[in-house]
Design a protein around this ligand. Structure first.
Ligand SMILES: *Cc1c(COP(=O)(O)O)cnc(C)c1O
Length: 401
């Protein structure tokens, strides 16, 4: 049905510096991710409208912006007015700086003393969990004639990262006395943010407030992810660390403003074949035709992050209709039963995540079918899939796989 232009050669530059229509940019690709920057900007506005004025939005863009492609997403978020960014690895913070992000970037995860030099020279804010790291940052700040702003993370009950309350108070005071260091932020993270019963948040709030009272000279406090930010106004403090909601997906048990999905995963059908009654498809022949059938080969597999658990359990959109995935998901491809949809041919578009016509497959639906959570579905999308960032169908940026 779709006309497919000849494939691009490797020498031909991708049209990443000028606008081109989405259709042209995706035509000769097996599979790709569309990143809707207009929806992203709308979500920034919607999430902000749910917060009190003055509460900063800290965009969490760890794990390649949950699969959306941090180099495309972060500059668009900055343009949409995001005050700060957060990632987990120092290398992720460096990638944001390379992508041109100028706002503060906070590393939430563990950093090493050996990270101090790049952190200071790139104005990357580290979460400090030891005096050793604080000393290394102080020495670098003095040597480079700069200031190292740092945050401290209190373990208020999640028992994952951070420092126990009493030790956090001690460390904060020691850091305050180091030259070149400014202790800017105090944070914690909720264990039951999106559980049906999030009352443990109250206990964590009490622990956090005790520490914050002792350390009232630390100006910036942040405790909330998407779910906590939207469910708990009393947990917003100076900024909220929002990841999933900016991509247009609400966490479970979380009421929120209307959001628009940012990420779509699409592919061109590679092959259409007939399967006779009794014949099986894909490894293990776990699905067998019970009638004369037609199956389409979709060139996306578990190596791309498409869950293997969706074998014989997932659906994709073809011709605006839902088609069941049949047989096992392979490393690079899987099959769908298109017997009920006449006229499907090689090159037609299959939508794995996103909309086609009036039908839509959401990250929540895929997660449910795969026995996992929407964060996992998005963050698992692998680098081989090109990210095609667009506004209203005009391509702004292509990140090649
Ligand atoms: C990932 C993460 C967030 C963002 O969580 P969302 O649910 O995606 O909003 C916030 N804070 C910390 C510490 C995180 O690790």
């Amino acid at each position: 049905m779709t006309h497919i232009p000849p494939p691009r050669t490797h020498d031909e530059p991708a049209p990443d510096d000028h606008l081109s229509p989405l259709l042209t940019a995706t035509a000769a690709r097996n599979a790709w991710i569309e990143v809707d920057l207009e929806a992203l900007a709308a979500n920034v506005g919607s999430v902000r409208s749910a917060l009190e004025p003055g509460v900063e939005l800290i965009a969490v863009v760890k794990a390649n912006a949950y699969g959306a492609g941090a180099p495309a997403v972060a500059p668009a978020l900055e343009a949409a007015g995001i005050e700060r960014f957060a990632v987990v690895w120092v290398s992720e913070a460096m990638a944001l700086r390379r992508a041109g992000v100028t706002r503060p970037v906070l590393v939430l995860g563990h950093a090493f003393a050996g990270d101090a030099a790049v952190a200071v020279s790139n104005d990357i804010t580290l979460t400090v969990d030891s005096l050793d790291l604080g000393r290394a940052l102080s020495a670098e700040a003095v040597a480079q004639g700069r200031t190292a702003r740092v945050h401290l993370h209190v373990d208020s009950g999640l028992h994952r990262e951070g420092i126990a309350p009493a030790a956090a108070i001690d460390l904060a005071r020691q850091l305050r006395d180091l030259p070149g260091i400014v202790v800017e932020g105090l944070s914690t993270h909720m264990a039951n943010a999106d559980e049906p019963d999030d009352s443990f948040t109250d206990a964590q709030r009490a622990v956090f407030l005790d520490v914050a009272r002792e350390l009232n000279w630390i100006p910036y406090r942040h405790t909330a992810n998407s779910a906590t930010a939207l469910r708990r106004s009393e947990m917003r403090f100076d900024g909220v660390r929002v990841g999933l909601a900016l991509l247009g997906v609400l966490p479970p048990n979380t009421p929120g403003p209307p959001l628009r999905p940012v990420v779509a995963l699409k592919a061109h059908i590679a092959r259409v074949t007939n399967v006779a009654p009794g014949e099986g498809v894909s490894y293990g022949l776990t699905w067998r035709a019970d009638r004369p059938s037609r199956v389409a080969l979709v060139p996306v597999g578990y190596a791309d992050g498409w869950p293997r658990h969706l074998g014989n359990a997932g659906e994709v959109l073809i011709g605006g209709q839902r088609c069941p995935m049949v047989g096992r998901v392979c490393m690079d491809q899987f099959l769908v039963d298109i017997t009920n949809i006449p006229g499907v041919s090689e090159g037609d578009e299959a939508v794995l995540l996103g909309a086609q016509g009036d039908a839509r497959i959401t990250a929540d639906e895929v997660a449910e079918r795969a026995g996992t959570i929407a964060w996992d579905i998005l963050a698992s999308l692998q680098a081989r899939l090109p990210r095609i960032a667009h506004r209203a169908g005009n391509v702004e940026r292509i990140i090649e796989g």
